[in-house]
Each structure stands twice: as structure tokens, then as C-alpha cells.
Write a protein that binds this ligand. Structure first.
Ligand code: FAD
Length: 482
């Protein structure tokens, strides 16, 4: 006879939701009190420390989860320290003999979880991990020869062939409480929010972290954003993408719920829009597939040929890029959006990343680190895979010689300059024809718009045409060494 379970711990990590949470549902099925915990683990070198923007998000997300648990007669217990030690303490304090969690896929997290599972099972406890952070488990999507995918399109086809992910599970109405609650840290004591200065003030008006906020974003997107998604998603001034990435990064909504939201949409929504949106969602799975099978994705060039690339170390140029002072409006608007809102439109991420890597020839890892600290959706897999994609060093990457032209990209995807005007008000009065290239504007037009290059707005820090040639020459020299 198995010993009766006295209490079950549910260890929340990047799954800060009650709906479609398999670990929670399995814990409830044990029929015993459920104790929900979140552990602030020591920041580790491999996945990198929690970025400042995401720390802001985490604070609000934990608060939202704690409120949702309270509404169901339960609590969220917060503890700090190495996960194995915290879990052992809680097991001793509560008499729990089962621990459930949803899987994570970053290499450092997986190593911790594997060790914990072994230790708990050796001690005779039930230790079970569940799926739900991704559409499909990275270990289960295999090529014909049984290996991992390296190219996106066949990966997508395999996902498509596999059919829909399992339907999302409902959130529980109530949770059985233990007779005594273990102690919890106070969320405020974790100091996740910035104070002096409170640079995240502007986040408050645009983001609603937490499961309810995620669900509302999804509903809004399915109602107004998905129609025309395929053609409109590249235009940064349009409200045409889901803005779900930060909610997904901390698991406030499951990708399966999003996928199922795209089934049975009204006929007025073209299937090409729906399929294209699903394909983007699958890029997230593909990034995790890469990280799972190639755990050094964040630190090392996927393509070792790039190890010899002559990266430029230049703090002044790096800071100009970080602060949105490159003199190229589309790059600067993106970098200011990142600073002000903790996000950047995908098209502009590609342009800004290309500028750092190719025009400034600064190592993609410096860009990855800056994004990790400033993005609310910072994600170990999507960030690393996307930076390597732009650099040309990644799996199925954009070739290095495809160098984004920041002027023509701006003109094409922000033709009326609405995005530039929002984030670079100092250029707002320039005509559309010059707003993406103020350095080509005749002096009287600059004067009329109140722009003084080098003073109210920077002159270009490099000349794109020359920078492009230099980067291509460096790449050619690298190829010659093959
Ligand atoms: P939508 O267009 O609505 O797409 C739906 C979902 O699909 C997104 O929420 C996201 O989860 C996923 N998705 C879309 N595009 C991609 C992509 N290229 N790669 C992986 N998943 C994708 N995304 C992150 O979530 N975290 C990151 O740290 C991150 N860093 C990036 C760095 C660079 C240099 C680049 C070029 C892209 C990066 N992306 C990252 C991918 C992409 O820019 C964002 O996922 C997207 O802008 C989020 O907006 P959305 O939710 O409105 O996307």
C-alpha cells in the first residue's frame, strides 16, 4: 500500500497561472492539501541573471498569482535559496510527500530539476514533472533519422503533421488548504521593483502582468489583431501583433491555450493569417528545441566559423546603440521603445540587432545581454536563437551578407513615420520623406523642424554604406579561412 499523501507541493516557476497547469491539476488529483510555492533561486551564470525589466514583471505576476490562489482559499508561499534546500525544508515543515512542477528547458534549470527529482525519489517521495511551457516537448519532436531539427521549415511541418496540442485544462475553482501554512517571505522584501529612479513607471500604463492580463491580450488579439496579421505584423506602428510574449515568458498563459484560441475563428479571418500566427508561436518552440539540444546556444556561436570574427570592442558605440543615439531613426526609435516600454517590435528588433552586429561589428552576445536586461519578454531560448539568427551564426540563420539598410527598412515599414514620431519626438516635425534620414535633409528643412544634428538629434555614428562594406570584407576574410 502506498503511504497516504499528506500534502502536495506545487512548485511554480515559469508557469505563473492556474489555468492549463498540469502540475497543479495532478497535485489536486492526489486528493490532499495543496501548497503552492515559488522559489527565488540564486541567479546562475548559465541562464544569466533575471533582467531588470522582467524582475518588474515577475513582481506583478507573483502578486496576481497569489491573489488568484487566495480567491480559491489558498496561498502562494515565497521562499529564497537553492531549490533543493528550500524544498527539503518545506517537506520537513509541512510533512508533504509529493512535489509536482511543470518542466523548464534552459540547461541550468534542467540540471537542477533532474538532481532534485532523483533526490526526492530516492527519499521515497513522489516527484513528478509535467509539460505545458511549450506546444510540444523538445525531446519528442524528431527528424526522420531520430535527431533534432536544425532547420525551421521541416520543424514546422512536423508540428503541423502532429496536429493540435492537447486542449487546455480549466483552472480549479478551489484548493484544499493545509491545517497550518508554512512561513512565506514578503514579496516586497525581494525588491524586484525599481525605486530610485522608478524607470518602469511607463510600463504601468501598457502592461498588465498576470493570467487575467494574458487572457485579455489574447481575446483582444483574436478580435482585432489577427485579421490581416500576415501582412500587418511587420509594421511597428500598427496594433497588429499579439503582445503575448512577456506573458508566455513567465508562463501566465500556455501556448496550447493560444493555439486553441486560433481554432474555430470566424470565416472573415483568412486562414493565411491564422497559420502565419501559429508559425510564429512555433518559432518559440523551435528556439527551445535548439536550446534543449544545443545547450551552449546563448554563449557560443552555433556555427563555429564565427569564432574567428573580428568583433569590435567599443564602449562608446555600444552605449550609443543602447541609448538610441546612433543617428539612424528606426534603430533609435526601437532602442527607446525598449527602454520606455520594455519591448520592441519584432521587425525593429531585427533592424536594431543587424545594426549592432553588422554596422558596428559588435559581438551579438553584447546585444543579447542588453536585451535580456531590458525586455519584459526576455527569454533564454528566443533571445539567443534570434540574435544568432540575425548574426548569421545560428541554426537556419539569415545569411551574414543580408544586412538591413536602416533607411529603406524604415521607409518601407514605417512609411508615414508614425513609429519614429512616437519614440523620437525631437524628429516629429520632419516631413515623411526625410524622417528616416534626417542627415540628408537640407538645412532650412532641419531648421523648420527644430532639428540640429549633433545637438537635438545625433549625426550618424557610422556611415551605413561604408560600415556595410567593412562588415562584408570581414565576413569574406572569415570565409576565405575555411
Ligand atoms: P506575435 O507576432 O504576436 O507572435 C506570437 C508569439 O510567437 C510571440 O508572443 C512569441 O512567443 C512567438 N514569436 C514570435 N516571433 C518569434 C521569434 N522570432 N522567435 C521566437 N518566438 C517568436 N522573443 C521573446 O519572446 N523573447 C526574447 O527575448 C526575444 N528576443 C529577440 C531578440 C531579437 C534580436 C529578435 C530579432 C527577436 C526576439 N524575439 C524574442 C522574438 C520576437 O521579436 C518576439 O517574440 C515578438 O516581437 C513578441 O511580440 P508579440 O508577442 O506581439 O509577437
Amino acid at each position: 500500500m502506498p503511504s497516504p499523501i499528506s500534502a502536495t507541493l506545487v512548485w511554480f516557476r515559469k508557469d505563473l497561472r492556474l489555468g492549463d497547469n498540469r502540475a497543479l491539476v495532478a497535485a489536486i488529483q492526489n486528493g490532499q492539501p495543496v501548497i503552492a510555492i515559488y522559489i527565488r533561486e540564486p541567479q546562475n551564470a548559465e541562464t544569466g541573471p533575471l533582467g531588470a525589466a522582467q524582475a518588474w514583471w515577475l513582481h506583478h505576476s507573483l502578486k496576481s498569482l497569489a491573489d488568484a490562489l487566495q480567491q480559491r482559499g489558498s496561498r502562494l508561499i515565497l521562499r529564497s535559496g537553492p531549490a533543493a534546500t528550500v524544498l527539503e525544508d518545506l517537506i520537513r515543515e509541512t510533512g508533504a510527500n509529493a512535489v509536482h512542477w511543470n518542466r523548464r528547458y534552459d540547461p541550468a534549470g534542467m540540471a537542477i530539476d533532474t538532481e532534485i527529482k532523483t533526490r526526492l525519489r530516492q527519499a521515497g517521495l513522489e516527484a513528478r514533472s509535467h509539460s505545458g511551457f511549450l506546444l510540444h516537448e523538445p525531446s519528442q519532436v524528431k527528424t526522420g533519422s531520430g535527431g533534432p531539427y536544425r532547420v525551421y521549415t521541416p520543424f514546422w511541418r512536423a508540428i503541423e503533421r502532429g496536429g493540435d496540442p492537447p486542449p487546455p485544462l480549466a483552472a480549479p475553482d478551489a484548493l484544499q488548504a493545509p491545517a497550518n501554512w508554512p512561513d512565506s517571505d514578503a514579496l516586497e522584501s525581494w525588491k524586484l521593483l525599481p525605486t530610485k529612479p522608478n524607470w518602469a513607471k511607463s510600463f504601468e500604463g501598457i502592461w498588465t502582468p498576470g493570467e487575467d492580463g494574458a487572457q485579455k491580450r489574447l481575446e483582444h488579439f483574436l478580435k482585432v489583431g489577427i485579421k490581416g496579421y500576415r501582412s500587418r505584423r511587420d509594421f511597428p506602428a500598427a496594433d497588429s501583433t499579439s503582445q503575448l510574449s512577456a506573458h508566455l515568458a513567465l508562463g501566465e498563459i500556455s501556448p496550447a491555450r493560444i493555439w486553441h484560441g486560433t481554432l474555430d475563428l470566424p470565416d472573415a479571418i483568412a486562414s493565411e493569417d491564422i497559420v502565419h500566427f501559429r508559425k510564429e508561436l512555433v518559432w518559440r518552440d523551435f528556439s527551445y528545441h535548439l536550446l534543449f539540444h544545443f545547450p551552449t546556444l546563448r554563449e557560443e556561436n552555433w556555427n563555429a566559423k564565427f569564432d574567428g570574427f573580428p568583433w569590435v570592442k567599443n564602449q562608446t558605440l555600444l552605449q550609443a546603440w543602447q541609448q538610441g543615439r546612433t543617428g539612424y531613426p528606426i534603430v533609435d526609435a526601437g532602442m527607446r521603445q525598449l527602454w520606455q516600454h520594455g519591448t520592441m517590435h519584432n521587425r525593429v528588433r531585427m533592424i536594431a540587432a543587424s545594426f549592432l552586429i553588422k554596422d558596428l561589428m559588435i559581438d551579438w552576445r553584447d546585444g543579447e545581454a542588453w536585451f535580456r536586461d531590458t525586455l519584459v519578454d526576455a527569454d533564454p531560448a528566443s533571445n539567443a536563437a534570434s540574435w544568432q539568427w540575425v548574426a548569421g551564426s545560428g541554426a537556419d540563420a539569415s545569411p551574414f551578407f543580408r544586412i538591413f539598410n536602416p533607411i529603406t527598412q524604415g521607409e518601407k515599414f514605417d512609411p508615414d513615420g508614425a513609429y519614429i514620431r512616437q519614440f523620437l519626438p525631437e524628429l516629429a516635425k520632419l516631413p515623411n520623406s526625410l524622417i528616416h534620414k534626417p542627415f540628408e535633409a537640407p538645412t532650412p528643412i532641419l531648421a523648420k523642424a527644430g532639428v540640429v544634428l549633433g545637438s537635438t538629434y545625433p549625426a550618424p555614428i557610422v556611415e551605413h554604406k561604408l560600415a556595410r562594406e567593412k562588415a562584408l570584407a570581414a565576413y569574406k576574410a572569415l570565409s576565405a579561412d575555411d
